[in-house]
Structure formats: C-alpha cells, structure tokens
Design a protein around this ligand. Structure first.
Ligand SMILES: [Zn+2]
Ligand SMILES: [Zn+2]
Length: 352
C-alpha cells in the first residue's frame, strides 16, 4: 500500500501560549477524528507531528491513522524555523519511502507548516536546501496565524497560492480553518498520483484564510509582545508572563515624551519541557522594569506575587515579603518591596 505522508510542523513558541495552543491540539484531534471516517484517508494517510520553538522535537513519527494519537504540544522560547526545516528534510530522507523497481514509494507528502512569528535563527541555508532538493517532491502549505509571521520567508518555500494567513484565531475561525485542512487532506487522498489535481487546494473562506496578496509589498512586523519566564518557588515549574506594548506620553521635566510601556495581558503555566524546547543562546533583549505595568500571580501555586526578582537576575513567585528560596539559584534571601526611589531593573526578555 502506498502511503500519503502528512507532516504537521508546528510553531510552539511562547506567542502560541494559551488559546492558540489549545486550539491547535483540539484541531489536530478533530482532523484525525474526521479522517478516520473517510475510507480514502484511512487507507493512505500517515501522520507525523514536529514541534519547534528554539529547539525542534519530533512528537510523533509517521504513523498510520488508526494508530495515531494526538501528542501534547510543548512550549518553548524562540522560533527556530531554520532548524525546523532542516529537521523536516532529514525526516524526509529517513521516513519517506522512495520508489524503486521493487517497491512503490510513498505518494507526494503534504507539509502543513503553522507559525505565528518571525524566525529567530538563520534560515537561508535551510531555505536554499529545501528549494533545491525538496520543494518539488512535496506540497508545502504555510499558514501564518495572525500577522506576525514573516511571510517573505514562507513565500520562498512554496508557491504563493500555498501561503495563507489565518486572520483571527477566534474559536469559530479556527474551527473553519481546521475543517479546511481536513478537506485538503481528503481531496488529496482522492487525487494522489494525478499531478494536476493533487496540487489543487479546496477553496478557502476568504474572511478567515487570506491568500498572499502579491500586489502588496510584504510588511515586516516587528515582534511586539514581550515574554518573561519565571519559576514557581513551590513547584519549581516555569511560567511565562506576556506583556504587550502600549504607547504613552510621559512628562519629563517640562517636556512631554512618547514612551512605550508594557502591560500585562496574561500569565501561563508551562511544563518543565519549556527549557528543552528553548534556544540555547541566552536571551538578549532587555526591558526596563519601570516600563512594565501589572504584576502576575503565580499560575502554579497561587502565590500573589509572581514577579519577584532574585539577586541572580531571575524572577520567581513569592507569598509576600520575607525569607524566600530562589528556585533558579537555590539561594535563600530576604525579599522586600523595592523603595520607590530605587533604580529600575533591567529584565531579560525571552525570545518569543
Ligand atoms: Zn508559585
Ligand atoms: Zn536566584
């Protein structure tokens, strides 16, 4: 039996925290449930899931539909698209069967690349390798969630009609998007081997999925949200606070100046695998603590202060002023409120 390999290459960087990640897990569940009721898909479809943040992990190798179960998606810091592509190509080399006189190879694989950020690593070499040796052997559908993905990179990977933007990640539009992905797989499983038909994608609802508009120059949106990773003192587990910029005017002597402050919009518990999925390079971007508005509680243990800073430079949760043990450096120290005239502290942003 010839297999139809399906690769889901999923961005699991911090910007996917919260709803988008749950929707993606749920979406995979729905894709699999629907495909299992389709005799064509049942016969041919094999699924693999690859997650990438700063690091890349294969969460599931190519598995037939009946045996496949949706993996839990991890979260990490960074968006190493270059690494993810290299990993995918290595998977092609080892997992996708080539045809030979003795055996029929796999059908042309479909790759669903879903990302919502700008690559934080170098992609040029991987893009070049993909274009030279793999692009013609696979159908790659690149989907940007929201408007922060770097479309100019995605556009180098696949024809423009296969670069799509999922406008708003509301539950409703996400459901429709997942239905569209399922339909693309079903259409393909019926047309495998037909070089013209198999490249066709089902019509997408343009209010939800936008095709790349080639008449408009691609704008590069810079990374906006700031993420900080802290550790819970009790559980030692990490959590991530998300701050979004807001522009404000501040008085500075007699002058008024425009300033950017960051407002807390969410704080999410993450699993210990966060560190395995994150970039090895130290985080570099820095935000001044005086620019941050709002203080999270700890989502793991409920401590009211989720953003206390230890002398080691890391942040942790504390119950209040007093003696506390830092889960990063394991030193015990007194924590108190910083006096109002204390100099502000520079905080290191996670990579997003
Ligand atoms: Zn805690
Ligand atoms: Zn410490």
């Amino acid at each position: 039996m010839r297999r139809l390999p399906l690769f889901f290459v999923l961005d699991v960087s911090e910007s996917m925290l919260g709803e988008p990640l749950y929707q993606l897990e749920e979406g995979l569940e729905r894709i699999v449930t629907t495909l299992r009721t389709d005799p064509h898909a049942l016969e041919t479809a094999y699924l693999s899931v690859i997650a990438f943040a700063g690091q890349v992990r294969r969460l599931c190798p190519l598995t037939e539909l009946t045996a496949f179960s949706v993996p839990q998606l991890p979260i990490g810091g960074g968006t190493s698209l270059g690494k993810a592509l290299s990993f995918l190509m290595d998977e092609f080399d080892t997992q996708v069967r080539k045809g030979s006189p003795e055996q029929k190879g796999d059908w042309k694989p479909i790759v669903f690349l879903i990302t919502d950020g700008t690559p934080t690593d170098h992609v040029d070499r991987a893009v070049e390798r993909w274009r030279r040796h793999y692009a013609a052997r696979a159908t790659l559908i690149a989907i940007s969630i929201g408007h922060k993905a770097d479309l100019s990179v995605l556009q180098q990977l696949t024809p423009a009609d296969k670069v799509l933007t999922l406008e708003a990640a509301s539950p409703e539009s996400f459901r429709k998007f997942i239905a569209w992905v399922t339909q693309s797989i079903q259409v393909r499983s019926r047309s495998v081997g037909d070089p013209v038909q198999e490249e066709r994608l089902p019509e997408a609802d343009s209010s939800i999925l936008k095709k790349l508009n080639l008449d408009k120059p691609i704008e590069r949106v810079d990374e906006t949200a700031a993420f900080f990773v802290s550790k819970c003192q009790k559980s030692k587990l990490p959590y991530v606070s998300r701050y979004e910029p807001a522009h404000q005017e501040v008085e500075f002597g007699d002058a008024r100046m425009a300033a950017t402050i960051y407002r807390l919009v969410g704080c999410y518990p993450v699993r210990a695998t966060y560190f395995e999925m994150s970039s090895e390079q130290p985080n570099v971007a820095v935000v001044d603590s005086s620019q941050l508005l709002g203080q999270p509680g700890c989502p793991h243990c409920g401590n009211p202060i989720g953003f206390a800073m230890c002398g080691c430079g890391n942040t942790l949760c504390i119950s209040g002023p007093g003696e506390q043990t830092c889960p990063w450096c394991e030193k015990t120290a007194m924590f108190g409120r910083a006096p109002d005239d204390a100099p502000s502290i520079e905080l290191t942003r996670a990579r997003g």
